[in-house]
Design a binder for this molecule. Sequence first.
Ligand code: F6P
Length: 367
Amino acid sequence: METIRSIGVLTGGGDCPGLNAVIRAVVRTATGRGLKVWGIRNGFGGLVENQIFVINNADVSGILPRGGTILGTTNRDNPFHYRVIENEETVYKDVSSLAAENLRRAEIDALVVIGGDGSIKIGARFSEYGVRVIAVPKTIDNDISGTERTFGFDTAVGVASEALDRLHTTAESHHRVMVLEVMGRYAGWIALHSGLAGGADCILLPEIPYKVAGVLAKIRRRQQEGKRFSLIVVAEGAIPQGGELTGTQVAAGSTEKIRLGGVGEKLAREIEEKIGVESRCTVLGHLQRGGSPTAFDRLLATRYGVAAVEALLAGKADCMVALQNNHIVTLPIADVVGKPNHVEEDGELVAAARAIGIVFGNEAESC
Ligand code: F6P
């Protein structure tokens, strides 16, 4: 096993509460073990452009509660498929050897990649250049497999639950249906957890295509019980049965096929048109990603950062740190990437929600 002298750390993909807590833990642990640490600005783009600087304990002082990432990030740049403008035309090139050369010049022999599935996949490819890679699973969506939690998720759920509490009182006062659209991409974890924590009457998930009739039936049943308001949480990736994802086209250069959004407003309009109950939609958007991480996320992020450095020092490579049964473990990256973690319809949480009367819009009685 070759000794590691110096490591690089970067944040890739969308930002997420807890990124700074991971960076702080990586820097403190690594410097404490005599390693030199290099911060790489703006994800893999910064690696290509050699935006690399030595980062030490003073640089990470006071950042634990801070949202965002002191390193900067981007969800566009992939050195193996890099966007360049040539003769006023956009072309994509493999510039990974340039990025690898920047690592070699700084004598960085290991890379801590703090990112979601896409960034982890890109990071893993640097092993082709002899760089040891350890990934830290980041995303508010909680959709990375092999780990019970990605950091950032708990904060996002907290924001969405608080929003539901606030919508509850105004919905009740005005006898309205309030629809809350939350993020999560193609996974319904934020919707499911916040819906349960915030007392939603109906939760719509990408994993359980819904019938509008099922939602309407629930609103009517509540009216018959004297409840003239309802709370609905809809994941941005929720799909009506026989329908499609709701979203807009994305900007050139984005890795996303579609920018999700709008399903909540569509549903609110349908509810008003079909049963005449005044309905409003709130889209939480990036509020779920910004701001200070919860104590849970700070703790998890710190454990991940420490574990990433320890794993490298133990000679591990091409691994992701993960949470399993409340223990931090390392898993081969190849076992986790490209296999998104989805809500299971027959899982305990969905069953618990159904047991307390929450509907998902696919119940038999709504046919
Ligand atoms: O993956 C995190 C996430 O916030 C998703 O929940 C959401 O669909 C997406 O990123 C939004 O990305 P952007 O910040 O590029 O609009």
